[in-house]
Design a binder for this molecule. Sequence first.
Ligand SMILES: Cc1cc2nc3c(=O)[nH]c(=O)nc-3n(C[C@H](O)[C@H](O)[C@H](O)COP(=O)(O)O)c2cc1C
Length: 178
Amino acid sequence: MTTLFIDGSSRSDGNTAALGERLLADIPHHTVHLAQTHLNFERDHRETTMPQLDESDDYLTIMAQFQAADNIVLGTPVYWYNMSGQLKVFIDRWFDSFTAGTSFANKRIFLLIVGADDPLHKAKPLIEQSIKLSCDWLKMTFMGTATLVADAPDDIRNLPSLPANAQALRQSLIMIED
Ligand SMILES: Cc1cc2nc3c(=O)[nH]c(=O)nc-3n(C[C@H](O)[C@H](O)[C@H](O)COP(=O)(O)O)c2cc1C
């Protein structure tokens, strides 16, 4: 099994990154910090003669790792009660891969969310309306979410232990690995 952690935060050493690394401790994985990549906005070329493809940034390199992985851990801070722009742009670009015939089917999606303002309740639309529906559309398997309250950059790093929702998600990954 291969696991890829995609950190959608704008700070590569912040809470999202720390949550991913703590959740995946001792589980073999690769990490992509989107903040350290260059991604162009999605451009919809369906009504033109241009190919639905953009080779001028890091998208295809990230997708090569995505395609090689069985388990995809998407991590995002809450930005304005939604996912970060970094993660949204990456997900928008899945349309290019879909159009090119890339299969997303059976990828297992795990979602990590950190936010300052009651994210357990206020980030629910992000999970239900955005990630779950996108998984359904692309025939990926949504495996669950760990949502944690965090604001200052070391909040997650300083937690004595991960809360139950994150422990449960970690256990489901470990069980798949075995
Ligand atoms: C642009 C911006 C918008 C934010 N909007 C929200 C929000 O709507 N709800 C919330 O709970 N936290 C919000 N936050 C706080 C972050 O979610 C929080 O600080 C989180 O821990 C950051 O994760 P990181 O350390 O991985 O960057 C916002 C932070 C930024 C920078």
